[in-house]
Design a binder for this molecule. Structure first.
Ligand SMILES: Cc1cc2nc3c(=O)[nH]c(=O)nc-3n(C[C@H](O)[C@H](O)[C@H](O)COP(=O)(O)O)c2cc1C
Length: 361
């Protein structure tokens, strides 16, 4: 029987992913020391998915600077202590045969919030409680969050430098794949969307201006890390709101980002505007990935309620996406890829030897 496409390796620049079942970035809000340094939880959380056969494991939205974190319990990649701690995790992912990715993030107007769990408070964390003043493209708040201050040109230069330095540090930590978080209403998405960006300078207005920050970061990172490193961008393909960011703009900017040095586009949706209507069901974001992939002629992954082996195989075999990203199903079943190989009849040589006696026959 032919190998299912889901279990066919995919090579991007110098990195080969052993299959197309990839772990989506998943914030854990777990760094209670508030220093951004990962520990045992991340080793086990990400490590189990690598042992479970995933082709690529992308670590959560990781702050490129302290003020770029969503909460003060997020992971970070702005100093050497963080690099050493990540190296321990990355080495284990490699030992298990998975490629290791990291999502580089700045939360912009959605920064300085209470961690999603562990506290009975939600929304903006006040400065008195340890929060900080947020920045965004414009001083438009997200829902009930505190209003950001509009980024100055100096702030923008620092953001470009922070992302670039974080990329270099990620490579020093051993990561194979870099992903820029330009989705879910975080800073780069805020710049892209006309609903959160009403600037009148070269970073606001026409699409090429709203895309300028993202494209500058892609260009700077490509120059800094060389031509061997795969660079992904995660987009929200729509704001689900009249006059907002949409899939046509996403496809155009994906093409520009590819020309600037990005390789692969991880297509999600939403997160920039509160209270919008979206219809959520199995594979609900796959059509957005297919649209961006075919319109811009770029490689894409699909994400969102992909939970079954057959479903994942169908998404890649039909050409709607080149790979699938999975979040919640991976948390329920970190060994999903091993199970999927069994269900689809794929031949794989990466069952962990310690678990061989548990193989389905
Ligand atoms: C606990 C949790 C944390 C998440 N953290 C991130 C994140 O750090 N970065 C990101 O781009 N998306 C994040 N997401 C979204 C997931 O990557 C994914 O796109 C979403 O959960 C839909 O896929 P799924 O149905 O397979 O879970 C998170 C989702 C969950 C449930």
């Amino acid at each position: 029987m032919a190998q299912p496409l889901l279990f066919t390796p995919l090579t991007i620049r110098s990195v080969t992913m052993r299959n197309r079942i990839w772990v989506a970035p998943l914030c854990q809000y777990t760094i209670t020391a508030k220093d951004g340094v990962v520990g045992d939880w991340h080793l086990v959380h990400l490590g189990s998915m690598a042992a479970g056969g995933a082709g690529l494991v992308i670590a959560e939205a990781t702050g490129v600077s302290p003020e770029g974190r969503i909460s003060d319990e997020d992971t970070g990649i702005w100093n050497d202590a963080q690099v050493s701690a990540w190296t321990r995790v990355v080495d284990f992912l490699h030992e298990q045969g998975a490629a290791a990715g990291i999502q580089l993030a700045h939360a912009g107007r959605k920064a300085s919030v209470w961690p999603e769990w562990g506290y009975d408070k939600h929304g903006t964390m006040a400065i008195a409680d340890g929060g900080w003043q947020t920045i965004g493209p414009s001083n438009i708040p997200f829902g009930e969050y505190s209003a950001p201050v509009a980024a100055t040109v100096d702030d923008i230069e620092k953001i470009v430098t922070d992302f670039t330095d974080a990329a270099v540090r990620s490579i020093a930590a051993g990561f194979d794949v870099l992903e820029l978080h330009a989705a879910h209403g975080y800073l780069l998405h805020q710049f892209l969307s006309p609903l959160s960006n009403v600037r009148t300078d070269e970073y606001g207005g026409p699409l090429e201006n709203r895309a300028r920050l993202l494209l500058r970061i892609v260009t700077a990172i490509r120059a800094a890390v060389g031509d061997q490193v795969p660079l992904f961008v995660r987009f929200s393909a729509t704001d689900y709101a009249e006059g907002g960011w949409d899939q046509e703009q996403t496809a155009t900017v994906a093409g520009w980002a590819r020309d600037a040095g990005a390789d692969f586009f991880d297509i999600s949706t939403g997160g920039n505007i509160l209270g919008v209507k979206m219809s959520v069901g199995p594979g609900y974001q796959v059509p957005f990935a297919a649209f961006v992939g075919s319109t811009a002629a770029v490689d894409v992954s699909a994400v969102g309620l992909i939970t079954e082996a057959e479903q994942a195989e169908q998404i890649v075999a039909s050409g709607q996406a080149d790979a699938v990203m999975m979040g919640r199903e991976m948390m329920r079943d970190p060994h999903f890829a091993l199970r999927a190989a069994h269900e689809l009849g794929a031949e794989i040589d990466y069952w962990p030897k310690q678990y061989l006696r548990a193989r389905w026959r």
